[in-house]
Ligand binder design. Structure first.
Ligand code: NAP
Length: 330
């Protein structure tokens, strides 16, 4: 097994016998992890291997954003693309095999003001010495029927993840912020033309990003246009736009649409207890530490920059190592 300098302290503690099976009735844990995407599962693996009794409360739909993804070809370890749901099932099995208890229940409240911390679901009250928040973020949706119909079939929310599947095709990017420009610029590596569709006549993106987009011959900006419909048979074939001023409709024949209109971090539960920035992302004080001693965060819930499964997994590892240090010092 490859080991890095940062995980040697955890490896050193590993005993020879297999981990104990979690007790079904148990409600008191060393570590509770809220959320079961790549960050949550990786935190679980590292925490259990460090022999901390660890619970993951996964929410009702475990697996995070990758559950809605088809081919994943940028997660290391797979020679051929792996389906998002299969990757998440594999992560879950690996985490359980380390001894982490996983409960598919939704957290409805938390109390980080007193120790031990309390984490409540509708039916149970759990306690922990440390908590890792891995609740992720959701890409904002346009709210169109076609987004559901063609999810993974031409509708995407991540150019880094799905761009290479659209070589030599025309594509739409919806949005006018930095993300939209970044996605559009990245997609020019693959697409023949990128139609940037924005609902106003001014981009929200920073000037430097705008200049980059305007200078790119492959990016065509459609001002004052709203994406009205996404159409196709098996896959996306057409995107219908409506002019926000004249109501005139135009149709673009494209192979896909990337929606880049922002993300919403899942932090409502923590709003009064954990410091959040103006867009609701958790603010980290140092490494993976939040403003509350003993509460840590990992993945898209604090990371608006990278938003990748592999970076979320990396943050999960870092948070578990930080928790291990915290527990040994307290
Ligand atoms: P954002 O700045 O909130 O921009 C969202 C864009 O989507 C806006 O142009 C908005 O239009 C549009 N939009 C929102 N809802 C829409 C809807 N229902 N239909 C159509 N369009 C809609 O989000 P972001 O671009 O994801 O950026 C988020 C933050 O991350 C920003 O602070 C950004 O600077 C930062 N970021 C930085 C980088 C970088 O520096 N490389 C890259 C990505 C993100 P309006 O303009 O009309 O409101």
């Amino acid at each position: 097994m490859a080991s890095t300098a940062s995980d040697t302290q955890l490896v050193a503690k590993e005993p020879s016998e297999p981990p104990k099976k979690p007790d079904e009735k148990k409600t008191k844990f060393d570590v509770i992890i809220i959320g079961a995407g790549p960050a949550g599962y990786t935190a679980g693996i590292y925490s259990s291997r460090a022999r901390h009794e660890t619970l993951i409360l996964s929410g009702i739909l475990p697996g995070g954003q990758l559950v809605n993804t088809t081919d994943v070809e940028n997660y290391p370890g797979f020679e051929k693309a792996i389906m998002g749901p299969d990757l998440m099932i594999a992560m879950r099995k690996q985490t359980e095999s380390m001894g982490t208890k996983i409960v598919d229940d939704e957290v409805v409240n938390v109390d980080f003001k007193h120790k031990p911390f309390k984490v409540l679901t509708a039916s149970e009250e759990y306690e922990a010495k440390a908590v890792i928040i891995c609740t992720g973020a959701n890409p904002r949706k346009l709210g169109l029927e076609g987004e559901k119909t063609f999810g993974g079939k031409g509708v995407s929310y991540c150019a880094t993840c799905d761009g290479p599947f659209f070589r030599n095709q025309e594509l739409v990017v919806a949005g006018g912020g930095d993300s939209a420009i970044e996605e559009a610029t990245f997609l020019t590596k693959f697409a023949s033309t990128v139609h940037l569709v924005h609902r106003r006549d001014k981009l929200r993106a920073s000037k430097v990003m705008q200049e980059r987009a305007f200078a790119d011959q492959k990016i065509k900006v459609h001002w004052n246009k709203r994406v009205e419909e996404i159409l196709g048979n098996e896959k996306v074939q057409k995107v219908v736009l409506t002019d926000t001023k004249t109501n005139e409709k135009t149709t673009l024949e494209v192979g896909g649409i990337f929606v880049a209109i922002g993300h919403d971090p899942n932090t409502k539960l923590f709003a009064n207890q954990i410091d959040l920035d103006d867009q609701g992302y958790i603010i980290l004080k140092e490494n993976t530490k939040t403003n509350v001693q003993g509460v840590f965060a990992a993945g898209d819930v604090h990371d608006r920059r990278y938003r990748q499964a592999v970076t979320a997994a990396g943050f999960g590892c870092m948070a578990a190592i930080d928790v291990d240090k915290y527990l040994s010092e307290n």
